[in-house]
Write a protein that binds this ligand. Structure first.
Ligand code: NIG
Ligand code: FE
Length: 392
């Protein structure tokens, strides 16, 4: 199916060769052939031969942006923690311990229930413009439950992450190193070939730096690429560890010293900021200007999960990032598209240039700026993945 999109007042390409960050083309057209972008440019320059190839034409009459690449999600779970959120808003503080509530509910749920919940959440996020999903395990914490989670994830995305080291499960409360041994000796070998990524929640109340290093090394030995939950709640050594292990991404990074940022920039580790987490835990928002000034590449992701942040809306995260983390609108849109792709070591998504996958949203707005300018308004009119309309 060859689709021509015309009447695009503003097209965000994220072309790395363009002089501006977003590679914006005004009054643009875009041709999709076999699920990939075949031509982009000003509509006035559209060759007659390209126009003739179109089997269908859509007039966008709104800005077109690359599909969001949401590089951080925990979508395999059951249960509800809205009471925990309400208590937080009334003054309680967030702690990693809440994860165990979801572990109990997840273990008790059937595979069909878990998959139905994941599909529901994925479809909601697609309606908000997300076209690439990374999804983590982490609420099973037994070999069987973690593998069940990975199998569900793999039916929906290749970006599957083993987060067996999310917290120490209750049955190992007196023997945390015994659980680390189980992760290394049993869960990681069983997950090889299923999980692209190995992740650890390196934090007080979760896993120490030493345990984290052992788990990352074991995952890498089984063919997984490393990424990390780092410095979410405390200013520990997790960001330095992420840089030393050449993680593709260090996520949260709510607390980061100048030395941490220098090490991450030198290692080429992307920092994935998760503004929805600061929003729904009342943690301080990190200031993106410091991270960018240090030369760090930033991504923005949702961290959709039942505890620390239950939004899947990247437009909401962009608005928060601009308002409260001091991203410019351009930096935030880039971070939620090309930045997410960098955090997943992908170059085929997060951009709309010839050869990239035709993942895009048509906005009910004349400019990408409206994503931050009109917070909370549903501006995602139509979503396509690999040239197929998936929402709107
Ligand atoms: O990314 N930080 C650890 N994991 C999740 C929270 C999970 C939960 O509270 O259930 C996060 O914030
Ligand atoms: Fe997370």
């Amino acid at each position: 199916m060859t689709l021509l999109i015309t009447a695009i007042p503003e097209l965000v390409t994220n072309d790395p060769e363009a002089p501006d960050l977003l590679g914006v083309i005004e009054d643009a057209a875009l041709l999709v052939e076999d699920g990939t972008v075949a031509w982009v440019g000003p509509e006035s320059e559209l060759p007659a031969e390209v126009r003739a190839r179109a089997q269908e034409t859509v007039e966008a009459r709104g800005a077109v942006i690359p599909g969001f690449v949401d590089s951080h999600n925990h979508l395999v779970f059951a249960g509800d923690r809205s009471a925990e959120f309400a208590a937080r808003m009334a003054g309680e503080s967030y702690s990693a311990g809440g994860i165990r509530t979801t572990v109990a509910a997840t273990r008790a749920a059937s595979e069909a229930e878990l998959e139905a919940n994941l599909v529901h959440l994925v479809e909601q996020a697609e309606r908000s413009g997300t076209t690439t999903f990374e999804i983590k395990t982490g609420y099973g914490l037994t070999t069987a439950d973690e593998i069940r989670g990975l199998e569900i994830i793999r039916r929906h995305t290749d970006e599957a992450t083993l987060l067996a080291a999310h917290v120490v499960p209750p049955e190992f409360a007196d023997d945390p190193d015994g659980y680390v041994d189980l992760v290394i000796e049993e869960i990681i070998p069983a997950a090889a070939g299923l999980a692209k990524w190995i992740d650890v929640f390196c934090e007080e109340g979760a896993f120490t730096e030493e345990q984290t290093a052992r788990i990352l090394d074991a995952g890498v030995a089984h063919g997984m690429h490393p990424r990390l939950h780092a410095n979410q709640l405390t200013a520990g050594g997790a960001l330095q560890l992420a840089a030393a292990h050449r993680c593709a991404s260090a996520d949260h990074a709510t607390f980061a010293s100048d030395e941490d940022l220098a090490a991450l920039a030198a290692a080429g580790t992307v920092v994935t900021l998760l503004p929805g987490v600061e929003f729904s835990t009342r943690q301080p928002y990190p200031d993106a200007r410091r991270y960018l000034a240090a030369g760090v590449t930033l991504a923005i992701a949702s961290d959709c999960n039942p505890g620390s942040c239950f939004t899947s809306s990247i437009p909401f995260c962009i608005a928060l990032a601009v308002r409260d983390m001091h991203f410019t609108v351009e930096q935030a849109v880039w971070a939620a598209t090309a930045g997410g792709a960098a955090a997943l070591e992908r170059t085929d998504v997060g951009r709309l240039t010839p050869g990239s996958r035709a993942d895009l949203s048509i906005l009910d707005a004349p400019s990408y700026r409206h994503l931050a300018y009109r917070p909370g308004v549903q501006l995602i009119a139509e979503v396509h993945r690999a040239g197929e309309r998936i929402a709107g």
